[in-house]
Design a protein around this ligand. Structure first.
Ligand code: IMP
Length: 442
């Protein structure tokens, strides 16, 4: 069977931990979109692993697949694999031959365009990893795919077509002087060698065939979405979004496994008990209105370790945005929820949520379609009594009933609003600090 893990908010909901939690019964973990913009922190025993491209399951000795919907920076991929090997792990990572490759000029162009947009506040606050420019080239049918790295003639031909265009874009449109990142001969040498290493290590696959065969053989496959629903290129807060579809439908298109297979499995929405955001753009429930709110945001940020895994940037903090979650539940068709970080909110006198929005005298229960309208939304807050700090490891060991009553009220409110059962509650960063109510692979 399959389980698809999807971020229900703005990314950084703690998906890696959930993948890891259910990882014991998983044979293969596949990513279906994004690239090294994702940051997963996986805590295993006394070790912490920060990964951006290698699927988190690799820490648990599972096969990791980067599907055709991913954009792959081979330099990052090999760096991560090498550093995991240095720490005694032997990750088995396969890469779809249909996945697109991030080249150095994509990163440069990412930075150039962000700079150009910043005057009009249209910059998305990207991770600078070249994600958007690479997806642009994919859709523009001028991208270079992993399969092309395996064939030096094709690689050269593709580079000869695309690089002069990229150089002209940087120099003539944006007036930026270009360097080695735009040099065909040096790119060819570097990427041909990446192709050789991929081939030598037997890493490339037809993702649909590879995963389909595993599913046919009754193995358990987990699809690990990166980022979150509200930064989905179609369903998110455009243009402050990433350039792929983190939502569940992309688990099919981004791997080559049919939607009927994905749809008969589970789709688990990962929810953080409050909101955090690393990028720019509006955030109606943000805690930033006055000094008291800012202090509260600081407290939550420190306690929750809310600093970007990839960039180290402090994350913006807000109350849980329930219309955002209703939108996510509809778009993804969640069958279960994992709600993380309720321990971070412990000790507050009260905890609020944005239950609905007020917009032009109307009450909205879900997100408006444009980000400009979303920015005009006033959250209708609902207040819950806070819960005290407890020994969360003990709570995890004892189970759901040991969660403080007020926190359970909060959790059950979310579950009721989304009409979706809770499968897991994260009460701390460690794998064992999770209250498990349902194990989907059983
Ligand atoms: P990009 O994906 O680097 O193009 O960045 C586009 C937007 O997505 C920016 O607002 C980023 O901060 C955000 N973003 C990208 N990856 C992640 C992630 O893994 N977690 C949270 N936000 C992300």
């Amino acid at each position: 069977m399959t389980v698809t893990i999807v971020g229900a908010q703005l990314g950084d909901e703690g998906k890696g931990g959930v993948v890891d939690l259910y990882g014991d019964r998983v044979d293969v973990v596949a990513r279906y979109q994004g690239g090294d913009n994702a940051g997963h922190t996986v805590v295993h025993g006394d070790q912490e692993y920060k990964l951006s491209l290698v699927p988190s399951g690799a820490v648990r000795g599972k096969v990791g697949v980067l599907g055709n919907g991913c954009v792959v920076n081979p330099a990052t991929l090999f760096d991560e694999i090498d550093s995991l090997r240095e720490r005694g792990l032997d990750p088995d990572v396969r890469v779809a031959e249909r996945a697109h490759v991030i080249l150095p000029y994509h990163r440069v162009l990412d930075g150039i365009e962000e700079d150009a947009k910043s005057d009009s506040e249209l910059d998305a606050g990207t991770t600078g990893r070249g994600i958007g420019p690479t997806y642009e080239d994919k859709v523009g049918r001028r991208g270079i795919r992993i399969g092309d790295l395996l064939d030096p003639d094709v690689l050269r031909e593709r580079l000869e077509y695309v690089v002069p265009q990229k150089r002209a874009l940087a120099e003539d449109v944006f007036g930026v002087k270009t360097g080695e990142e735009f040099d065909i001969a040096s790119l060819y040498e570097q990427y041909r060698r990446f192709g050789e290493r991929l081939a030598e290590e037997g890493m490339t696959v037809n993702a649909g065939d590879f995963l389909g065969d595993r599913i046919d053989a009754d193995e358990n496959v987990m699809f690990e979405g990166a980022q979150g629903t509200s930064i989905d290129i179609d369903h998110g807060i455009f243009p402050y979004v990433t350039s792929s579809n983190p939502t569940a439908g992309a688990a099919a298109t981004g791997t080559g496994v049919g939607p009927t297979t994905i749809g008969t499995g589970e789709v688990i929405g990962i929810v953080k008990a409050y909101l955090s955001r690393v990028g720019t753009g509006p955030l109606p429930t943000e805690l930033s209105d006055d000094e008291t709110e800012e202090e509260l945001a600081d407290q939550i940020r420190e306690k929750g370790g809310e600093f970007g895994t990839v960039t180290g940037r402090p994350r913006r903090i807000g109350w849980l945005d329930v219309p955002m979650l209703r939108h996510a539940a509809r778009v993804n068709g969640f069958t279960g929820l994992a709600i993380n970080h309720i321990d971070v909110l412990a000790g507050l006198g009260s905890v609020s949520v944005g239950h609905a929005y007020e917009l032009d005298g109307e009450t909205l229960e879900t997100m408006p379609t444009t980000t400009e309208r979303w920015a005009d939304c006033e959250p209708v807050l609902r207040e819950f009594d806070g819960w005290s700090e407890v020994d969360w490891s003990e709570v995890a060991a004892e189970g759901y009933a040991a969660i403080p009553e007020n926190a359970r009220t909060y959790l059950e409110y979310v579950s009721d609003e989304l009409d979706t059962p809770i499968y897991a509650v994260g009460v701390g960063p460690g794998r064992e600090q999770t209250v498990v109510l349902e194990t989907p692979f059983e």
